[in-house]
Ligand binder design. Structure first.
Ligand SMILES: Nc1ncnc2c1ncn2[C@@H]1O[C@H](COP(=O)(O)OP(=O)(O)OP(=O)(O)O)[C@@H](O)[C@H]1O
Ligand SMILES: [Mg+2]
Length: 199
């Protein structure tokens, strides 16, 4: 276990899509499974590490590079990192991926997808109403760009999946890459698949 590789689960998606919700659930599940994890949530980072940055492309890129930098340091020390920021620009996400992979850690891009009309209905923070009314400029998906990933490791469709089902998809992706100890449920299903009569 101590020799397990570090990784970064990198959530990307529009505001209200489900990044923080999934990051919280995933962090607690990974801790239960014996992995040391750290969460870097967009909102929290903007109140400390990136305090003072705005929402221009330049500031957004700086914010993501900072989250990427911290993720790299932690992941190369074999921690599991969960980054949950909108991260709207593809090229900076790819830049972070390369930096983390260059350290021998795994980068797992998780596209948290949800149609904008559902997000506006959810309006978790009450921002879509304002953005759609033209009161917020530089609001991702409404008045600012969002570049979908071309080839993410996991796609989550939060308008169709329960939170639990979405988290399970990510856990399975980590298990597939041997980043988590094998769970009892997996062992159980592997054993059921074996034809015990032939043993
Ligand atoms: N499968 C799912 N995964 C995650 N969230 C879901 C899912 N299905 C429904 N939801 C709901 O969607 C909302 C997501 O809000 P959340 O704050 O996690 O978004 P966010 O992506 O972190 O937004 P922001 O970028 O503004 O911080 C929550 O109310 C959550 O309950
Ligand atoms: Mg959030």
């Amino acid at each position: 276990m101590s020799k397990q590789r570090g990784f970064t689960v990198w959530f990307t998606g529009l505001s209200g899509a489900g990044k923080t919700t999934l990051a919280t659930l995933l962090a607690s599940e990974l801790a239960t499974r014996g992995r040391r994890v750290e969460v870097l949530d967009g909102d929290e980072v903007r109140t400390n590490l990136s305090k003072g940055l705005g929402f221009s492309k330049e500031d957004r890129d700086t914010n993501i590079r900072r989250i990427g930098y911290v993720s790299r340091l932690l992941a190369r020390n074999r921690l599991g990192v969960i980054a949950a920021a909108i991260s709207p620009y593809r090229s900076v996400r790819d830049e972070v991926r390369q930096a983390i992979e260059a350290e021998g850690a795994v980068f797992l891009e998780v596209f948290v997808k949800c149609p904008i009309d559902i997000l506006a209905e959810r309006d978790v923070k009450g921002l879509y109403k304002k953005a759609l009314a033209g009161e917020i400029k530089e609001f991702t998906g409404v008045s600012d760009p969002y570049e979908e990933p071309f080839d993410p490791e996991v796609v989550i469709e939060t308008d169709r999946e329960s939170v639990g089902a979405s988290a399970t998809k990510i856990i399975q992706a980590l298990e597939k890459r041997s980043l988590l100890p094998v769970s009892y449920t997996m062992l159980e299903s592997a054993l059921t698949d074996l034809d015990l009569a032939t043993l």
